[in-house]
Structure formats: structure tokens, C-alpha cells
Design a binder for this molecule. Structure first.
Ligand SMILES: *[C@@H]1O[C@H](CO)[C@@H](O)[C@H](O)[C@H]1NC(C)=O
Ligand SMILES: *[C@@H]1O[C@H](CO)[C@@H](O)[C@H](O)[C@H]1NC(C)=O
Length: 347
């Protein structure tokens, strides 16, 4: 049962996984290529859930962990806590930015934090209460608190003026919201769906999200990358509940207002927070593109049974993560808006 629930954690990568079988033609990201590395930004700070967690849950009393095989089978050094066979999306983005892989908050100390820190935690959401079926997880609010600790640590070493200037040039990557649906609203043991309709819940999340991102802004963050949630009605855990194996349009409709709200929020924050630049990664659009143009990306499409993929085919995830990371980095306006990460980095 726990394994089944784990499905809910990956919102997007699994969605793609469920429809594709990798024909290993996509080049894996190559870490540690220091000769050609040129840092475009001083650091990247990462906030999110299992899509980008890289080990923060390893030592928590949590059911949401990925620090054992077959996770990490294609990762240099094996399982790390990444919910992937290899890279996550932010690993690829770090590489494209010329940064080393960004360490997990739970494992980073001293100079290791200078290129950034990853605070993401599997099962975490925008709301503190999200993900409690997994017992421990680090909600977005606490992730921000942890960033504040890192900031205090860096400031002690480098001095406040330097840090403030550098922080404004760093990338802040935030991907939250999937678990507020999968491990809150859609969970039978939560009262949420009796309290809010789809629009009201999306409004609640956007309101909370706005406050949390503003907190990061007040701590000096200026360059934000916000990832939308995927088509959750098509992920394996939802497909498994469907009598005919079709996507749940009810679930897809449920999360629609969240992405709409996030886009509006980004426009508002760009206007209301002087000197800030927020960009939006449209994961739903990227997914459509990947599925429609699968062969052009080196995938062969196979509409295989989702549960089979869950047990047997973890390996597509890293390839998909890498593709999505590349699109977020250098994609066009239809997929990343109003500019891509490369442009954001060079502002
Ligand atoms: C699958 O079932 C859902 C409702 O249970 C229905 O709306 C949908 O049309 C069905 N899809 C197919 C392909 O039969
Ligand atoms: C597929 O690729 C073509 C060519 O790049 C692009 O114009 C089209 O929008 C893509 N399809 C989707 C659904 O994104």
C-alpha cells in the first residue's frame, strides 16, 4: 500500500513515464565536467517535493524515501534519495547553469552550500498539513526556514553586503503543489474536499504560495523559477483507480485552477515586488510536446500499463527529467514564460 501511495508523489515525471518507454538515445547529463564549466549564476536554491528531492528525507521518519535500489541505478554513486534512476530536472538545470550538483540541505555544510542548497522534501506541500500520511516531510514553510539558516551561515562567513548582492543574482527554483492535491485534497482521510471546492482550494494555495514566495523575496531572492503541476489525472496512481485505464478528467479539472492561479500570481509578483523576476515552467505544455513529438526526442511511445511501469521501468524518469530541464533552460515562450532560465540567469 505504501508503495502504491508513493506514486502520488511524482506528479509529472511518472505521468510521462507511464506513456513512454525509453529508447536510451537521450544522452545522460554528465556531472563533474569542470573544464567546460562556466557558472552563469553564483548559486541555485531549490524548494519542492519528490520530483526534485535529492535526499532530505533520508534520515527522517518518513515513508517517502528513495535512498535504496532501484532508485539511482543510473546515478553515479547509486541511490541518493532522488526519486529517479538518475538525474532530476534540477540536476540538469544546475549543470546547464555551469554549477556543480546542488547538495541536499540535510547533507550540506561549510563551503558545500556556496553553490546553493536543495531543500526539497518528498510528500511536502504548500500547506503544512499536506503529506502527513507519510509522517515526516518538510513543508515549503519549513524549507524557507531552512534557507534562512543557510543564509545566516553564509552571511557569517562572507559579510552581509556581499551576500545580499549575490543572493539577488541566484536562481530560486520552486516546484510545489502536486502533494497538496495528491496527498491532501484527494486523500480520503483529509477533510479538505469537504471544506473547499476546486476553485476555493486553488485560491487558498495561491494565497499561501504568494506569501511564501514573498518571504523568499524579503530574504533577498529576486530570480524565481516556478514549476507548474502536471496533468495529475494521468499519473499511474490515478490511472490505477480508473476502471478503463483512462486519465481522470475530474482530477485534471481539479488542478487546472491551480496552474491558472500560479500564472496570475507570477504576473502579480512581477508587478508588485520591485526588482523581482518570476518565470513559469509550463509542465503540462512540455508533456504535450513530449508525447506528440516523442520520436523526435528519442522516445518510442508505448501506451503500456502504468502499474507495470511502476514496478519495472523506473529508468525513463531521468531521461524525461533531463529533457524537461533542457526545455526549462532554453525552451521557447510556449513552455517557459515570460522567459527561459538561460535568459533569467543572464539578466
Ligand atoms: C473511461 O471511463 C470514464 C468514466 O469512468 C469515461 O468518462 C471515459 O469516457 C472512459 N474512456 C474510455 C476510453 O472508454
Ligand atoms: C511538436 O513539435 C513541433 C515542431 O517543433 C511543434 O511546432 C509542435 O508545437 C510540437 N507539438 C506540441 C504538442 O507541442
Amino acid at each position: 500500500m505504501a508503495k502504491h501511495y508513493c506514486f502520488g508523489l511524482f506528479s509529472f515525471a511518472l505521468l510521462v513515464m507511464s506513456l513512454m518507454v525509453l529508447e536510451a538515445e537521450v544522452a545522460w547529463g554528465q556531472g563533474g565536467d569542470t573544464e567546460t564549466r562556466r557558472e552563469m549564476v553564483p548559486a541555485m536554491f531549490i524548494f519542492g517535493d519528490s520530483l526534485i528531492d535529492n535526499g532530505n528525507n533520508n534520515n527522517l521518519p518518513s515513508f517517502a524515501k528513495a535512498n535504496y535500489p532501484p532508485y539511482g541505478i543510473d546515478f553515479n554513486g547509486g541511490p541518493t534519495g532522488r526519486f529517479s534512476n538518475g538525474y532530476t530536472m534540477v540536476d540538469e538545470i544546475a549543470e546547464l547553469l555551469g554549477l556543480p550538483l546542488i547538495p541536499a540541505y540535510s547533507q550540506a555544510s561549510g563551503d558545500q552550500v556556496l553553490h546553493g542548497v536543495n531543500y526539497a522534501s518528498a510528500a511536502a506541500g504548500i500547506l503544512d498539513i499536506t503529506g502527513r500520511n507519510f509522517v515526516s516531510r518538510i513543508p515549503f514553510g519549513q524549507q524557507i526556514q531552512n534557507f534562512q539558516s543557510t543564509l545566516d551561515q553564509i552571511t557569517e562567513n562572507l559579510g552581509a553586503d556581499d551576500v545580499a548582492r549575490d543572493i539577488a543574482r541566484c536562481i530560486f527554483f520552486v516546484g510545489m503543489g502536486s502533494n497538496d492535491y495528491l496527498n491532501n485534497y484527494l486523500m480520503p482521510n483529509y477533510a479538505t474536499k469537504n471544506q473547499y471546492n476546486a476553485q476555493q482550494f486553488a485560491d487558498l494555495l495561491a494565497q499561501q504560495y504568494t506569501q511564501q514566495l514573498t518571504r523568499l523575496y524579503n530574504l533577498g531572492a529576486r530570480k524565481f523559477v516556478i514549476a507548474g503541476v502536471g496533468r495529475m489525472g494521468c499519473i499511474p496512481s490515478i490511472l490505477a483507480q480508473s476502471p478503463n485505464g483512462s486519465c481522470s478528467e475530474d482530477v485534471n479539472r481539479l488542478v487546472l485552477p491551480f496552474n491558472e492561479n500560479v500564472k496570475t500570481m507570477i504576473n502579480n509578483l512581477n508587478t508588485n515586488l520591485p526588482g523581482s523576476k518570476f518565470i513559469y515552467i509550463d509542465t503540462v505544455r512540455m508533456f504535450e510536446d513530449l508525447v506528440t513529438n516523442a520520436s523526435a526526442y528519442g522516445f518510442s511511445v508505448a501506451n503500456v500499463d502504468a502499474v507495470y511501469v511502476f514496478w519495472d521501468a523506473f529508468h525513463p524518469t531521468a531521461a524525461v527529467n533531463i529533457l524537461i530541464g533542457r526545455k526549462a533552460f532554453s525552451g521557447d515562450l510556449s513552455q517557459v514564460y515570460p522567459m527561459n532560465i538561460q535568459q533569467l540567469a543572464t539578466l
